[in-house]
Ligand binder design. Sequence first.
Ligand SMILES: Nc1ncnc2c1ncn2[C@@H]1O[C@H](COP(=O)(O)OP(=O)(O)OP(=O)(O)O)[C@@H](O)[C@H]1O
Ligand SMILES: [Mg+2]
Length: 300
Amino acid sequence: MEIHARYGGVVPELASRRHIETVGFVVDEALKAAGKSLDDITAVAVTKGPGLIGSLLVGISYAKSIAYSKNIPLVAVNHLKGHIFAAMIENDVPYPFISLLVSGGHTALYLVKDHNDITLLGATRDDAAGEAFDNASKIVGLGYPGGIIIDRLSKSGRADFHKFPRAMISKNTFDFSFSGLKTSFRNYITGETNEYLEKNLSDIAASFQEAVVDVLVSKAFKAVDKYNVKGLVVSGGVAANSRLRERFYEAGEEKRVNVYIPSKALCTDNAAMIGVAGYLDLGSGTTEYLTLNALSRYYI
Ligand SMILES: Nc1ncnc2c1ncn2[C@@H]1O[C@H](COP(=O)(O)OP(=O)(O)OP(=O)(O)O)[C@@H](O)[C@H]1O
Ligand SMILES: [Mg+2]
């Protein structure tokens, strides 16, 4: 994280080099923590995409070498499916459910009837929710990663301090748009004095956060209503947001919908979610061997 913070975001070349340096140690550490050796492993799950191609290739090459040398199946996993099924690590979520995926690069709603029967209902037309948090933090000079910084700051702020736009909240679509919010936030910030901003920073952060969360809550529960499901999974890095978690759990209780949000560490990128999604796919016989390649764009 520190190597990217200096540049205000992830630098692809630095990320892939760091992957090469660390992948072996990370795998060794995971095996040690589980009290297992490579000989105990019966399959390898690896992210095929979407993502930064250099980093994906490092993971794929490493996974291929394990699968080849141990003669075990290699399962290619969609990163977004990993985020969705992260919810299965701590809960046995019954199908069908609505999934709201809110991450650094994606914001989407899915109807999930089974791990292999996923329908996209809507997605962002421009910025992702995580990107909106990262941009807002950058605009006020607070740095990267923005989501955690805005979350922390908002805890002491008033969410009704300023009304930022809730784009497409009442439109009859499951698509999202966050670029208008970014522009509105930037215009607001540039229109105020430094003294005013410093004094009211936590209120401004809380108001911004509320605008994002309002839209997400509203659209997700509309999807739950429309498809008449009992469960809602919220995952991806933005689902680590404290206010988001509070609002979703509250609304779930009020509307009698079972809301499942993975614990914070399982919301942001992690290997366990790829393991679970790979395990589900392995059960249905999807295996890829040494021809596997990475895809920077790869949708469900
Ligand atoms: N507490 C939080 N509140 C709001 N946003 C958060 C919080 N913690 C992390 N985020 C946001 O989550 C994003 C990172 O999440 P994640 O690791 O799922 O994204 P990614 O893997 O980069 O993107 P994608 O999964 O779409 O490829 C960042 O945009 C970050 O600002
Ligand atoms: Mg991710």
